[in-house]
Write a protein that binds this ligand. Structure first.
Ligand SMILES: [Zn+2]
Length: 365
């Protein structure tokens, strides 16, 4: 029985709003480390509208690529194959990892071979029907830096690998640890900025991140970084991690920022930050590595609906063929940028209350 019906959100309720069914589920203790109990084989209902598109999220895959704790490389393959099989029908336009692609970073090349055996399928023009494959992002987690840094990460997923692709925007410094992509879908223009583990403690890197977001101010911005939040049961706001405490304030002067995704801490959680200018930023944690079988293939689909002004978030496993119905895995977010890209909507300026203090009007659209 599907317990989560994603029919949209009420403007009056706090963002990250849930359907009544999902809110009821919130009373159930959210899992910090447990296997989800609210499972169904039926996908939660979500009426689609013209212009809808989706982003697939692959949380920490380290137990799959390391074949640990019952995890299997085939679980990551199953995730990617599901994306490929559903790409056209669900209009999946982008895929992001959330760090900890590997478990042992620089030590075991085989873990990267397993990762890329799965993930490189996203790049196949024949499988995707797209000349450059499906745009996707490899994000660095703390485990990807273990045993001597990100040499292996960059050997397999470095700047040379992504160079020349139209969606690949650029990178920080000399490697692909932090980089960004651009894509458009449903009449919306996006930038996805991937920041390496502990990015917030590197002032130069954060300066670059801000420059990138400002230079792409006409694009709605998503930031993906491995550690931002700890788990919590909605409606309790997920607590910041130390990294989150550093990264978030360093990026808040970007009116185009609306969504930040992370993994790392085991479980699920989210929080909404409303900035002084009325800007809503949703922060969302998903990491299933501590679930049964190293995560059992659980992943996320974020369905953006410009017409309904929502992002519907679903959690499911192509491996077990189950969907979760708990309020922390199945919910809708209010998406204020949904009525057109900022450039289309308001001549390059994001709409906001007038009395918002010093404006960032020097940003070039
Ligand atoms: Zn981690």
């Amino acid at each position: 029985m599907a317990g989560c019906v994603l029919t949209g959100q009420s403007p009056a309720a706090p963002a990250g709003t849930n359907s009544a069914a999902a809110t009821k589920k919130a009373k159930a203790k959210a899992s910090e480390r447990a296997t989800p109990t609210a499972l169904t084989t039926q996908e939660p209902l979500s009426p689609r509208a013209p212009g809808d598109f989706a982003i697939a999220v692959l949380p920490d895959t380290q137990m799959y690529t390391a074949a640990r704790n019952g995890g299997k490389p085939e679980m990551l393959v199953a995730q990617v194959e599901w994306i490929l099989s559903n790409r056209a029908s669900r209009n999946i336009v982008y895929v992001t990892t959330e760090g900890d692609i590997s478990n042992d970073g620089n030590k075991i090349p085989g873990q990267w071979l397993r990762a890329t055996n799965a993930l490189f399928r996203l790049e196949d023009p024949a499988r995707t029907g797209l000349p450059e494959g499906l745009p996707w992002s490899a994000v660095v987690g703390n485990h990807d830096t273990h045993f001597g840094g990100t040499t292996l990460f960059n050997e397999f997923l470095g700047t040379n690998h992504f160079a020349g692709r139209s969606y690949y925007g650029g990178f920080y410094g000399t490697n692909n640890d932090s980089h960004y992509d651009r894509f458009s879908a449903g009449g919306q223009d996006f930038i996805v900025l991937a920041l390496t583990m502990a990015a917030g403690s590197d002032p130069d890197l954060m300066r670059w991140a801000n420059e990138v977001l400002r230079a792409n101010a006409n694009r709605q911005a998503i930031v993906v970084t491995h550690s931002l939040l700890g788990p919590a049961a909605w409606p309790k706001p997920a607590p910041w991690t130390k990294d989150g405490q550093r990264i978030f304030p360093a990026l808040t002067n970007n009116p185009n920022l609306f969504l930040m995704l992370c993994g790392h801490r085991h479980g699920e959680g989210r929080r909404l930050e409303v900035l002084g200018n009325g800007q809503n930023v949703h922060l969302v944690l998903s990491d299933y590595q501590a679930y049964a079988s190293g995560g059992n293939g659980f992943m996320r689909l974020m369905e953006f609906s410009p017409r309904n002004q929502t992002i519907r978030v679903k959690t499911f496993s192509p491996w077990t063929k189950q969907w979760t119905t708990n309020a922390d895995g199945c919910f809708s977010l209010a998406w204020t940028g949904a009525s057109g890209s900022p450039a289309q909507r308001n001549g390059g300026e994001r709409q906001r209350p007038q009395a918002s203090g010093p404006q960032t009007s020097n940003i070039q659209p």
